[in-house]
Design a protein around this ligand. Structure first.
Ligand SMILES: NC(=O)c1ccc[n+]([C@@H]2O[C@H](COP(=O)([O-])OP(=O)(O)OC[C@H]3O[C@@H](n4cnc5c(N)ncnc54)[C@H](OP(=O)(O)O)[C@@H]3O)[C@@H](O)[C@H]2O)c1
Length: 392
């Protein structure tokens, strides 16, 4: 089973509890930044932004981008998840507490220019907050996902592709149930936001795998960890197997630009700029660290499946319903200013975060000592692969 977006959602809350509040080396806010913020306030009308969520992964980066531009932020959470990056900025944020399931009182009678719905995990949650805020907030921004395109059966997937709005039944496969369930929830939540705010006041962002500092999933961290070490490095997949991903900070910065411009519509937030295959991804990512290494490509899908490597994000074995998962079109977003930082920066910064005080040793051990993980099994799998090559 590949690391689904659902598995991530289920795990992230649990993992968050294990993360410490200590300041990370990435989170310092200099006087120069404060001055920049003042300039931003002078040049642009500051916006009052409500983030539903805001304290886990995308949220802290949105807060940094928005404060740097002179905007004001309120967050709405249960008060459980603590940020693992930019902790110092939260003293400048109004923290409202409630629960999207059954307690929206803290949002009543308040006005904002924009609401960003990061924490939408049930259609009903989005419907209820949209209804509550309809006449008090100018714009609804819903964070959806490229998961709405599941099953991924085509290429150049554009925003206007018809979406699956109901989970087909019966479905035997558990993985498919989760995939359909997530995509259908996101697709219907987008509709719920539009139905209440109207298309002319709704912005929908569909990110692919977001990567970067503060990602508490164990999906992508393999690469920052592995590439910070040298030696023989396993690269799964055939030449040409496409990969897509986006630095979370590129999404956050771009979203604030879109909000300032009052942009509405639906956009795939997908990188890199040009098509990239898995081997090229690892080559480019490797430049983050100046180390001797040998990349060993394993291009036999059956061998990879037999060795329990059907994915190593951003690579997902491109077969069946996952064939097009990394074949999503980003032209519309790029035309609206989405840009992409160098991959080596993403790898290096994520590694810096991983070894910072923002991440507990317990979390690091969970990934690095996972007997089922590729980090622990890589040498063994490579030895088995080389034995087959030498026989052949
Ligand atoms: N990561 C990816 O690769 C990826 C890709 C595509 C789309 N997405 C989407 O991106 C969005 C952003 O996720 P994120 O975790 O990075 O956002 P975030 O805003 O940084 O964190 C999620 C927030 O939700 C809050 N929350 C959870 N349950 C809640 C509840 N019942 N009531 C109120 N608040 C609640 C959490 O705080 P408390 O726990 O304190 O309540 C936390 O602040 C998600 O919708 C996800 O589906 C993610």
């Amino acid at each position: 089973m590949y690391t689904s977006r659902r598995t991530f959602l289920q795990n992230s809350t649990k993992l968050a509890a294990a993360l410490t509040l200590a300041a990370s080396g990435l989170s310092s806010c200099t006087n120069a930044q404060t001055d920049e913020r003042k300039d931003a306030v002078d040049e642009n009308k500051p916006l009052k932004i409500l983030i539903l969520g805001g304290t886990s992964f995308l949220g802290p980066h949105q807060i940094k981008a928005a404060l740097d531009r002179g905007h004001q932020i309120s967050t709405f959470t249960r008060g459980k998840t603590k940020p693992t990056i930019h902790q110092d900025l939260f003293s400048e944020v109004e923290a409202l507490v409630g629960d999207r399931e059954n307690d929206l009182k803290a949002l009543e009678g308040r006005d904002w220019d924009v609401v960003i719905d990061n924490s939408g995990r049930r259609v009903e949650w989005t419907k209820k907050t949209a209804e509550l805020l309809r006449d008090r907030v100018g714009q609804y921004v819903y964070i959806s996902s490229t998961g709405v395109y599941y099953p991924y059966l085509t290429e150049h997937i554009k925003e206007d592709q018809p979406l699956v709005m109901e989970v087909p039944s019966p479905l035997e496969d558990e993985e498919q149930k989760l995939e359909y369930g997530y995509g259908v929830m996101k697709a219907n939540s987008e509709q719920a936001a539009k139905a209440v705010f109207g298309e002319e006041r709704t912005l929908v962002i569909r990110p692919t795998y977001m990567v970067g500092p503060a990602d508490k999933t164990d999906r992508f961290i393999h690469w920052p960890i592995r590439l910070s070490q040298g030696g023989k490095t396993l690269v799964p997949g055939k030449t040409g197997d496409p990969v897509q991903y986006i630095d979370v900070r590129d999404v956050a910065d771009w979203m604030i630009q879109l909000i300032e411009a009052k942009t509405t519509g639906v956009f795939n937030a997908v990188g890199p700029a040009e098509a990239q295959d898995m081997y090229t991804f690892v080559e480019k990512a490797s430049t983050a660290f100046d180390l001797e290494r040998e990349l060993i490509q394993i291009d036999d899908y059956d061998f990879l499946k037999a060795n329990k490597i059907p994915y190593l994000i951003p690579w997902i074995l491109p077969e069946g319903n996952n064939w097009g998962s990394a074949r999503v079109n980003n032209q519309l977003a790029v035309a609206k200013g989405l840009s992409f930082r160098p991959l080596a920066d993403t790898i290096r910064d994520t590694h810096d975060w991983w070894i910072s005080d923002g991440v507990s040793q317990e979390q690091r051990d969970k990934v690095m000592k996972d007997a089922k993980g590729v980090l622990m099994r890589e040498a063994e799998v490579l030895a088995a692969w080389e034995a087959i090559q030498n026989k052949g």
